[in-house]
Design a protein around this ligand. Structure first.
Ligand code: GTP
Ligand code: MG
Length: 136
């Protein structure tokens, strides 16, 4: 069965949305295989976001991801990689559809796009790489 890496980013943990996000994952029928509360080293985030290195939002993004604890979850289910990204909604919470995690809870009151509550792997290759990184 397919697996993906979900991260509840520091804004999601700080806003007490962990339970709500886990509830949505479970309600969809996905299984929680492993879960941990992490304060990652910079090296983990640099590897996680290597594809964005050099972009203007890279440094603020990494700084934001270091701003508080993150919940890392190994989630399993049929087509869970694509399915979780549908649960999450589009990257920019301002534009994310109602009914999605980002659409229902994401705020853009002068906050930045990076504060979009969750991460989900975007392909089988990313999922394998990221699960190895966060659950080594
Ligand atoms: P993830 O599931 O977190 O990987 O989001 P994504 O796949 O929807 O977006 P992408 O991988 O393109 O970008 C990774 C993260 O970088 C996003 O979730 C945002 O937190 C942040 N990000 C992406 N684009 C922008 C941007 O244009 N501005 C800012 N400030 N942050 C961005
Ligand atoms: Mg991404």
């Amino acid at each position: 069965v397919e697996e993906t890496l979900v991260l509840i980013k520091p804004d999601g943990v700080a806003r007490n949305l962990t339970g709500e996000i886990l509830r949505r994952i479970e309600a969809k029928g996905y299984s929680l295989v492993d879960i941990r509360l992490v304060e990652p080293e910079l090296s983990i985030l640099a590897a996680h976001y290597a594809e964005h290195e050099g972009k203007p939002f890279y440094e603020p993004l990494v700084e934001f991801m270091l701003s508080g604890p993150i919940v890392a979850i190994r989630v399993a289910g049929d087509r869970v990689i694509e399915g979780f990204r549908m649960l999450a909604g589009t990257t920019d919470p301002t534009l994310a559809a109602p009914g999605t995690i980002r659409g229902d809870f994401g705020r853009d009151w002068g906050l930045k796009v990076q504060q979009n509550l969750v991460h989900g792997s975007d392909s089988p290759e990313s999922a394998a790489r990221e699960l190895e990184l966060w659950f080594a």
